[in-house]
Write a protein that binds this ligand. Structure first.
Ligand code: ADP
Ligand code: MG
Length: 276
């Protein structure tokens, strides 16, 4: 059974436990020759061990950019990111991505070789230990029979399962999932969401999950950070019971509250592009 910690049910942050990941006042910008594009503006949130933390917001609000920065691929112009009390300055095997695209696997390697390769090239494991770990996680996603198959012989859903197995086999501190099910058909997507929750209840990994889908956010997340349109700013932080840790609960259904917040005082969707 899925459980939320009592702290989450009450809408308070866990007492006495430091956050695993701290994003503090993070502004992220892209500087091109002509423009300075502000992707996120002063975004703050804390992710705790075993959170299923969802970043929810419309396309272009900077969700992928935030994940890139947490992954260590981009430096904030303002604010800071901390993992286990240390500042994030570069990529590392403690943060592993799963993307939306079906082509994130190496096409010339089998399912098993793809997972083994991730383990050995990150120097997490080698030899027999890497083989065993790979097979263990391939089994967790139900693909044992396909361990020696090549990616092009698999369906989109199966490829995503391999990407999830590969990421989980790395046993990262936090799994970064960027709309991992967005390219799947509705039925497969639904199945994969259930499977992810099942995997979570088995191993209690920490996941930061990006989506623009309200139903997906409310299904997957124990906590949801709602971001405003471009540039992304924190609009609200919600617990899965619908309560907001900041403002008191209205007793509304979670998805209704999110709809209201997104559309009631709609932020003007202006391009914040500074010329020069
Ligand atoms: P989301 O993932 O929420 O859809 P992104 O993080 O991809 O949003 O993008 C946030 C904003 O940053 C958008 O306005 C987008 O156009 C801009 N952006 C993303 N990548 C780049 C880039 N490489 N160069 C310039 N602007 C970018
Ligand atoms: Mg994106």
């Amino acid at each position: 059974m899925l459980q939320t910690t009592p702290a989450n049910i009450q809408g308070a942050t866990p007492v006495g436990v430091p956050p695993l990941l701290q994003v503090s006042g993070v502004t992220l910008q892209y500087k091109t020759k002509q423009h300075l594009v502000t992707a996120t503006y002063k975004v703050s949130f804390d992710v705790y061990q075993s959170d299923r933390f969802v970043l929810l917001g419309p396309s272009g609000c900077g969700k992928s950019t935030l994940l890139k920065a947490i992954g260590g691929y981009m430096t904030p112009t303002e604010g800071s990111i901390w993992l286990k009390g240390a500042p994030v300055t570069k990529p590392g095997p403690d943060r592993v991505f799963v993307f939306q695209e079906f082509d994130q696997l190496l096409p010339w390697k089998t399912v098993k070789q793809n997972v083994v390769f991730a383990l050995t090239s990150s120097r997490k494991l080698r030899g027999k230990a890497a083989d065993e770990k790979a097979l263990q996680y391939i089994d967790k996603v139900g693909l044992t029979k396909f361990a020696n198959s090549y990616p092009h012989t698999l369906s989109g859903g199966m490829k995503q399962r391999v990407a999830i197995a590969r990421a989980m086999a790395m046993e990262p501190d936090v799994l970064l999932m960027d709309e991992p099910f967005a390219a799947l058909d509705a039925l497969t997507r639904r199945k994969m969401q259930e499977e992810l929750l099942q995997l979570w209840s088995d191993t209690r990994f920490t996941v930061l999950f990006v989506t623009h889908s309200i139903p997906e956010a409310t299904l997957i997340g124990n906590r949801i950070l709602l971001l405003s349109p471009h540039p992304g700013q924190v609009k609200a932080e919600l617990n899965s019971d619908g309560s907001d840790p900041v403002s008191p609960s209205t007793g509304k259904k979670l998805s209704d509250s999110i709809h209201d917040m997104l559309f009631a005082d709609r932020v003007e969707e202006q391009e914040v592009v500074h010329h020069g």
